[in-house]
Design a protein around this ligand. Sequence first.
Ligand code: SAM
Length: 268
Amino acid sequence: MGSRLRIPYDLIGSRETGAVAIVEVPEGIDPTEVAEEIRRRHPHVRSVLLKAGSREGDYRIRPLKLLAGSEQTEVIHKEHGYRIKLDPRVVYFSPRESSERQMIADLVRDGERILVMFAGVGPYAIAIAVRKEVEIVGIEINPIAVRYFQENVRLNKVGYKVFPIEGDVSFVTPAMYGKFDRVIMPLPKGAYQFIHHALRSLKKGQGIIHFYYWGGENAFSMATSLFNEKAHSMGLSATPLSMRRVSSYAPRVYKIRIDFLVRPASLT
Ligand SMILES: C[S@@+](CC[C@H](N)C(=O)[O-])C[C@H]1O[C@@H](n2cnc3c(N)ncnc32)[C@H](O)[C@@H]1O
């Protein structure tokens, strides 16, 4: 493959149970050759999938084209001592975010009640639950992702502390307002539309919200003012505890996370 060896690809799965490779091939390079090389290097790769567009729709799924190998693209991914079953052709999942999940899990304290909005196949919920004594509710709108989430709860034996719910955050959350210590909002391109639900979900208007956002060089200031505006309109104050660039989508376009400490404005 020569210089093509440097073409980046993601592996989802494991050596023991098989994996899929997801690759983006620049124009002028033969994708079939790239697929063959990946399979030569990683004999446990059963299928090679080509990125055929950007993530789209509410479910944030990327169109993927089978380049080589099996049509059966369901795998069990292993990271940090837990397993996540999924098919990348029908649900969102990114193996690149495993350290992000660990960072959040590090921040959680035993005894917390946590709401994971936009929960997908459950990687945040499971990353936390395998390490901490907590109660977690995860809400996800894609029914196939919810089925995997339920299966992943069973696979990792955390059924007594993780509770997947199928539905739209807008409709499901109001029944749970006031019940959580921490809310995680991993939907960079749309979480800002759900800030009021996250704020209302906190116990007595107090807690931590992990807010993801997507934008250019001004992403931090945009995200902070969107969040603060909503908090102030509800009589709450939001103090950023930390801010980080999680990844970059394109030159000068970033996925960021801000962790807000929320309190009633009267207490600050
Ligand atoms: C960026 S993905 C993140 C999934 C998961 N948290 C992860 O890290 O793998 C966002 C997820 O939110 C779900 N979603 C989008 N809008 C939603 C809504 N209004 N209510 C519930 N889930 C939603 C999508 O189906 C998708 O699985």
